[in-house]
Design a protein around this ligand. Sequence first.
Ligand code: SAH
Ligand code: SF4
Length: 468
Amino acid sequence: MTQTNSKPAVVSQAELAKQQQYIRQLQQMLPKLYTSPKALVRTFGCQQNVADGQRLKGMLLQMGYTLTTDVDEADLIIYNTCAVREHAQDRVIGNIGALKHHKRRHPDCIIGVCGCMVQQPHITQRIQKSYPHVDLVFGTHVLHRLPELLYTTLAERRRVFEIPDMDGVIAEGVPVLHDGGVRGWLPVMYGCNNFCTYCVVPYVRGRERSRAPADIENDLRQMLEQGIKDITLLGQNVNSYNGGISFAQLLRRLNDIPGDFVLRFMTSHPKDCTDELLETMATCEKVERHLHLPVQSGNDRVLQAMNRHYDRRRYMELIQTARRLMPDIMLTSDIIVGFPGETYQEFLDTVDLVRRVRYHSLYTFIYSPRVGTPAAKMDDPVSREEKGRWFKELCDAQEQISAEICSQQVGKVFRALIESPGRQPGVSQCRTLCNQIIEIPAAPDLIGTFQNVQITAGENWILKGTII
Ligand code: SAH
Ligand code: SF4
């Protein structure tokens, strides 16, 4: 199956009605099986997974489950997994293994695993063979079919594995539980066509497909009605959105919806970061003054080996344009240290780029080989210990920059949304348009309001402030 961005496969109304029918059957079945059915959904990994987790919870609530975070009382456990790095995956596998004891104590509990990890055949085979306590495994493309798959597991008392390998679909109208307080996640596109040589995402999330602007607008309006005020538009490459209009045009349309709210987006790919997008950011008052623009490496040979479709010069031009249009913009990035064949000299180009850009913060990762990706077959002569030293060198450089930027914020005034209680009583946490988090003395009843906050201290990367 091949799809273009403008004609994505949308799940039919008939299919969604069928799932609603399964929900009604589960509403009748569950009270006969459990005294008060409780479900636990645990999400690992990125914000897209968080958004998927909110859809899983939305469907489960409709079936009649209440949600719990206590494994011991759960009648259904779903692990919504990540595959992007070995470490993340090992953690999930360890957690799934540990559920063996729970299943022994609660044989009626259904254990399900979904998400990116199980979209890899070698993992599914492993679960099938070595984790017999797992009852239900479903891939990223059939999330909306949870009612049917769960019904089959319970009614037929058998293990269900449903992991189609496909380009992917768009399922509209799946119930969502927005449980992030004043923050909400809004997927605008799915999948990835870029095939960066190190990355597993295109294999487990399918091809790029964009939602229709009207569907996104409807979701946004509903979120606003529910009191959500800080909305992050999501996509693996959010700025390659193409729903008949460009991502910049989509941002402008959403910005024009009446209401007091903030629009964020992630993750942007430098190759799709157009001047139109930066100009739109600069002129839309609700759009964040923060750009997460993963560079991955500061060396052209490595960037090419990674298949990133930009070079260092182009990346630096984008940063300059962003800063020219928005002098107050905060920049963040992802970096991979120790890509196969990377030399220390090439790594130093990355450190140099980091020093020139002066990011607010960085997400740094040591390269992790992923089964089936081209990079996993490349020569990788540098030892893990050596990569660990480079990693520390990069983190030290960034720590210094972050601390400097943090202390430079003292005295500045920002409009910020008070979003959650802080770590101590009487303290709340607020977030600026630049995506900085500030701790302020404020009562919880101010949560959900926008306030002008002056920064009073900036130490150890924690900003403190007061409402003025
Ligand atoms: N689509 C986004 C991010 C996807 S994954 C983008 O292109 O920027 C998030 C981050 O994980 C990536 O930016 C990359 O820095 C890191 N990552 C992905 N695969 C990795 C691997 N095999 N090893 C180490 N880090 C990896
Ligand atoms: Fe992975 Fe590259 Fe796609 Fe990001 S753009 S998800 S890093 S393949």
